[in-house]
Design a protein around this ligand. Structure first.
Ligand code: SAM
Length: 402
């Protein structure tokens, strides 16, 4: 099986990237934005005077690697990154991207992430879009847990089944029909047959998936993958717990809450715990293609206190002043998650607090600028912060505090 994966990614490195694009854009996202790492893994209070030891496990063509290395370089923070991937041609793309940007302190390794702990102990492990491609995902979780420092954390993305409806029957059928073919012949076969698949096939009705339209690497990765085991919330939690890790949080916890879905006043059974709730929400929403989150060693979970005066909040996405002006006009913010448009109601008082956020001022300074007394400020701030954090729109970090 392992050979198949190596053959696949050597032929079609994923995601397809032209290193020359590094001259004019930086790809950012979750996991592994350093603000997000600080927020979820270090409670927003990482001591950035210490170098961050990072493992990028299954680093592919380098999106996560470049994001971490470039963001820390820009913030003038020290780091030491080990990149591991099975595929040599994919690694070359990542190396060229790093070289074009002049990024230092990266060690590139061609190996299996199952050997991660041979390369040391890491404060942070990025593993995005990889663990579901292992023959035994649990072995991957176990190997990364072994390579994680006691107070470190892992940012992960794994595929989720319901938002990928229609993908798996096609992968299975293509797999049976193309056994023994070269990757190039598989691709040609797959693309030819795909045209004959009826428009009302579950896959073609699924508006959430689109990688097959993004060139050969995307088509191959989505529909011709030979090893793709998607995970429900309960699978994720089980894999983590078995490997001695614990879920710190998903990056958009609001998407895993039954609030807003169940009728007002509905009395839930007391037997429905937090994981059950997240699993039920995944089933009811049906639109999650991935689970993106952060995990820690069992017992090392951090709790972030948004009213802690030294915490530095960042508003993610756009200019907080513009967002505040929009809220004052419209009464809230629109967000689009998993193809669903959601309106988040925010009060005028909260909008005025949001307008004070600049990514440099700490909560104590914001309280002073707000003109509110500590108790009134804390109550209003906590409500706003909890809401924005639950959509991944607010993160706490002193990354830029020099
Ligand atoms: C879907 S790509 C994701 C790449 C990258 N993490 C990203 O998010 O853009 C999966 C990558 O995992 C690598 N991979 C798969 N199994 C692996 C293993 N056991 N050890 C190391 N790399 C592996 C593949 O070679 C491929 O480059």
């Amino acid at each position: 099986m392992k050979e198949d994966i190596k053959e696949h990614y050597d032929a079609y490195p994923y995601p397809a990237r032209d290193p020359q694009d590094e001259h004019h854009r930086l790809i950012t996202g979750s996991p592994s934005n350093p603000l997000e790492i600080d927020h979820h893994v270090f409670g927003g209070h990482r001591d950035w005077s210490k170098p961050l030891r990072v493992l990028v496990a299954g680093g592919g063509s380098g999106d996560g690697l470049i994001q971490v290395a470039q963001s820390l370089t820009t913030a003038k923070r020290a780091y030491d990154i080990t990149y591991i991937d099975l595929s040599v041609s994919t690694r070359k793309i990542a190396e060229e991207r790093a070289e074009i940007r002049g990024l230092k302190n990266i060690t590139f390794v061609t190996d299996s992430l199952l050997n991660a702990s041979d390369y040391g102990l890491f404060d942070y492990i990025d593993c995005c879009g990889v663990l579901h491609h292992l023959p035994d995902p649990q072995a991957g979780f176990d190997a990364l847990s072994k390579a994680l420092a006691p107070d470190g954390g892992m940012g992960f993305m794994v595929y989720a089944p319901y938002g990928r409806s229609g993908v798996y029957p096609l992968q299975e059928a293509f797999g049976d029909l193309t056994a023994g073919m070269t990757p190039q012949d598989r691709l040609e076969f797959g693309k030819t047959v795909f045209q004959k698949i009826p428009q009302n096939h579950e896959f073609k009705r699924n508006t959430l998936v689109g990688d097959h339209q993004d060139g050969d690497a995307g088509f191959y990765d989505l529909l011709l993958h030979s090893q793709d085991i998607s995970c429900t919330v309960k699978d994720v939690v089980r894999y983590l717990e078995h490997s001695g890790l614990v879920l710190q949080n998903f990056t958009q916890p609001a998407m895993y809450s039954l609030d807003g879905i169940l009728p007002q006043g509905f009395k839930r059974s007391k037997n429905i715990g937090h994981v059950d709730e997240m699993q039920l929400t995944e089933k009811l929403r049906g639109n999650m293609k991935t689970h993106v989150g952060y995990a820690m060693k069992a017992g090392a979970r951090v709790k972030l206190d948004p009213t802690e005066p030294a915490g530095i909040p960042h508003f993610i996405g756009e200019d907080p002043q513009k967002a505040a002006a929009f809220i004052l006009q419209k009464g809230g913010l629109p967000v689009a998650i998993n193809g669903q448009k959601i309106g988040i109601g925010i009060s005028p008082q909260a909008a005025k607090l949001l307008a004070l956020v600049d990514g440099l001022s700490n909560v104590g300074a914001l309280q002073k600028k707000s003109g509110l007394g500590p108790d009134d400020f804390n109550a209003a701030w906590q409500k706003l912060s909890d809401l924005l954090c639950s959509y991944g729109l607010m993160l706490y970090s002193g990354l830029n505090e020099h």
